[in-house]
Design a protein around this ligand. Structure first.
Ligand code: SAM
Length: 297
């Protein structure tokens, strides 16, 4: 017998709560999002039609998606997208799922870009000749780089990643957002950037310790290991980035990077040892020191 949207919501919300230890509100929203995906409707439409029934094909598709979610697969991979900084990003298992915590890094980056920049001069070398250049290291879906490029069409953003599969997704996102000021490049951190200098370098690098139990839990089980883990203390990539970024920053330029909830002290030490000035850490909405950075003089 065909089920109504209301009965599916009531029943499957409870199943998701039990299978994934989700709160009732989160489970409800997840079921709604799966139903929206299958029916191709807005949330408002879904809420306004509780007695609507799924036809056979829709019910089969919905059941398949629900089973994947019940097995723990992240909702963002099932839906193929995740919202970040007000924009929709395509995500696949080749990319990290952008986290709300990382929006702090976008905010801090945007604060460091002067409000008004002189008009760009045409330059044969890079086309636009932008006067302010941003680099995003380990761009994944492009969440950081493309949010910055979208907010500031008057600057040039370069984004690199070691994973070609992730870069393909980021390229699709750049095209979807119609961004003409973002360039994507495959690079092992700075290896393909010899001679390139930037006014701002941002990164959300891998920063989880190799043996951390969280890697075997929740969404992290499905995300690329190379996007998450970074050596015995989780700081291998941050050490590389802090050591090398200075040579790629213009005077007065900033390096800003995200790190783990308990890594701010060590991140500041690395920045100070590396000769950065005005070293600081900033707290996310949960009041956790989440981003650290410094400038060069
Ligand atoms: C934590 S994810 C961040 C993704 C994206 N910036 C975000 O915040 O959603 C780290 C990214 O760094 C990339 N990465 C790991 N090692 C790298 C390396 N040696 N050089 C360049 N990128 C690397 C991974 O492929 C992954 O996309």
């Amino acid at each position: 017998m065909p089920h109504t949207l209301k009965s599916l919501l009531t029943h499957d919300k409870v199943a998701l709560e039990a299978a994934l230890s989700l709160g009732s509100g989160t489970a409800r929203i997840e079921v709604q999002m799966l139903l929206q995906q299958v029916l191709g409707v807005s949330r408002a439409w879904l809420l306004a039609h509780p007695e609507q029934k799924l036809d056979e094909a829709q019910a089969a598709t919905y059941r398949a998606l629900l089973q994947r979610r019940l097995a723990g697969e992240p909702l963002a991979y099932i839906l193929g997208e995740r919202e970040f900084f007000g924009l929709n990003f395509r995500v696949t298992p080749a990319t990290l799922i952008p986290r709300p915590d990382t929006e702090l890094l976008v905010e801090l980056a945007l604060q460091r870009i002067p409000q008004s920049l002189p008009s760009p001069q045409p330059s044969p070398a890079c086309g636009r000749g932008s006067l302010f250049r941003v680099l995003d290291l380990g761009t994944g879906s492009g969440a950081l780089a493309l949010s910055i490029a979208h907010a500031r069409p008057d600057i040039e953003v370069m984004a690199v990643d070691a994973s070609q599969d992730a870069l393909d997704v980021a390229r699709e996102n750049a095209r979807h957002l119609s961004l003409g000021n973002a360039r994507l490049l495959r690079s092992d951190w700075f290896s393909a950037l010899a001679g390139e200098r930037f006014d701002l370098i941002v990164s959300n690098p891998p920063y989880i310790a190799d043996g951390d139990a969280h890697l075997a839990q929740g969404d992290l089980r499905f995300e690329p290991r190379a996007a998450l883990a970074s050596g015995a203390d989780g700081l291998d990539d941050i050490r590389r980035i802090v050591a090398k970024a200075k040579a790629h920053l213009n005077l007065g330029g900033w390096l800003l990077f995200e790190h783990g909830y308990d890594q701010a002290g060590r991140a500041r030490e690395l920045l100070l040892q590396g000769g950065y000035a005005e070293v600081f850490s900033a707290r996310d909405l949960a009041s956790i020191e989440r981003v650290s950075g410094g400038t060069i003089r």
